[in-house]
Design a protein around this ligand. Structure first.
Ligand code: SPQ
Length: 428
């Protein structure tokens, strides 16, 4: 059901928010818990639609999982404990679920059919099916395995050395999950370093993995053991409030317990570069995933360039960085980000089209966008087009728009942040 939401301008935002658990880490906690031996307890799990899809897929594969809000208990019986599902696994809107799951299913001795929603049906899968097939799995799907529905027939796998053609944590993770089951050693070479939650989690579950600046190496045949995982807050969710605080005059917001894994903190670097008044407090580097509180105050911003090695460290924050740039003096250039075209929507086109409707001066390029600031945003009719991050970015834009903003398909936000509007309203 499409929900059209009326959004209005706000005065200064003040207060504290504890953003929900990290989406990437929540998915991986359920996956590793399901393939390990023994019990795994996950706290601060993100009960968003995407992570619930991951739970539902593993339940269909025979894993006993209890979930109540942000608490999850997984009764893992190891990879051998997974059973063939008699129905197609439905991954909803979640690219992480389908791609990482394919890595796990590649080494299991049964067939599994996978499909998702309309957006998943358009997202490229050969980036995963090619290396997994090279390892020995048999994967069939629409257009020679490019699109869902896909069927994975698990086989005995052999380790490979694979150079990723695109910087992608999902592809790297799928290969590592297959590598844990393969004969011999699997090496993934990255063009640019991407988020390393999978690597950190292999160690948390008692496995071993070698991490170098440009490559990751795992040996096959490792036995993983269940453990307790405390998920830090999601910096990609925090990014919407960091932006709201930075662009809404008079604001001061503190975001509690946000994940500060350096492979994810590109947004902090960009905000600082743009002149934002931002500080990190209670920085805790002692856990497997570092975390801390982030304080942001309204300030005058200036344009910047976002490119190169920074891109994978903030890939999901680019929609909201485009909004920040509309409020910065001068030009902001975002490049080397062609991957945005294959997310939940083509995020170059959606960001440019929707922000243009609100009066932004923004132009699409082949691999990014160019934004001229500072512009006054006005009201209008916009849509998420089913993309949660576009929905939250437009909701933040509405805070400083001179007229009312109507947001079509606002329900998409529940994919990663079901309580987004409650948290936003608590700051008004
Ligand atoms: O799971 P999904 O739908 O792919 O989610 C997105 C998002 O905006 O939430 C991307 F559309 O995040 C990806 C991210 O872009 C999550 C992810 C991960 O958990 O490994 C890695 C990134 O994708 P990729 O393709 O660059 O590896």
């Amino acid at each position: 059901m499409s929900v059209k939401k009326l959004l209005t301008k706000s005065t200064s935002l003040k207060g504290e928010i504890k953003v929900p658990g990290d989406k990437s880490i929540s998915h991986r906690a359920v996956m590793f818990g399901s393939i390990s031996n023994g019990m795994t307890k996950v706290t601060n799990f993100l009960p968003g639609e995407d992570c619930l899809s991951t739970i539902s897929c593993f339940r269909s594969l025979g894993v006993e999982i209890e979930q109540s809000g942000s608490e999850v208990t997984i009764h893992g019986k190891g990879l051998d404990g997974l059973r063939r599902s008699d129905h197609t696994l439905y991954v909803g809107n979640s690219g992480t679920t389908i791609r990482l799951l394919m890595g796990i299913l590649s080494g299991l001795s049964f067939d599994t059919r996978l499909e998702g929603d309309e957006s998943i049906a358009k997202r490229p899968m050969t980036r995963v099916t090619i290396p997994l097939s090279e390892m020995g799995a048999k994967i069939t799907g629409k257009n020679n395995g490019e699109f869902t529905p896909l069927t994975v027939s698990g086989k005995n796998l052999k380790g490979i050395t694979y150079e990723l053609p695109v910087a992608s944590a999902q592809v790297k993770s799928a290969i590592l999950l297959a590598g844990l089951q393969a004969e011999g050693v699997t090496t993934v070479i990255e063009p640019v370093k991407t988020r390393d939650h999978t690597e950190r989690m292999i160690r948390q579950f008692g496995g071993s993995v070698e991490q170098h600046s440009d490559k990751v190496i795992v040996s096959g045949g490792q036995e993983l053991t269940g453990t307790n995982i405390e998920v830090p807050g999601d910096i990609s969710s925090a990014a919407f409030f960091l932006t709201a605080g930075a662009i809404t005059p008079g604001s001061e917001i503190v975001l509690k317990n946000v994940g500060l894994n350096p492979t994810r903190t590109g947004i902090i670097d960009v905000l600082r570069e743009m002149g934002a008044d931002l500080s990190i407090e209670n920085d805790d580097q002692s856990s497997a995933e570092p975390a801390g509180d982030i304080r942001i105050k309204y300030s005058q911003l200036k344009g910047t360039t976002v490119a190169g090695e920074l891109i994978p460290r903030l890939i999901d924050e680019i929609p909201v960085i485009a909004l920040l740039a509309t409020q910065a003096e001068g030009q902001t250039v975002i490049k080397d980000a062609a991957e945005l075209k294959v997310k939940e929507t083509n995020r170059i086109d959606t960001v440019v089209n929707e922000l243009t409707k609100l009066g932004a001066k923004i132009e699409a390029t082949e691999d990014g966008m160019i934004i001229e600031g500072k512009t006054n945003l006005k009201g209008g009719n916009v849509s998420t087009y089913g993309d949660h991050r576009i929905g939250m970015m437009l909701s933040v834009a509405a805070l400083i728009s001179s007229e009312e903003v109507y947001l079509e398909d606002s329900e998409a936000i529940a994919v990663s942040y079901p309580a987004f509007y409650e948290d936003l309203n608590s700051l008004k």
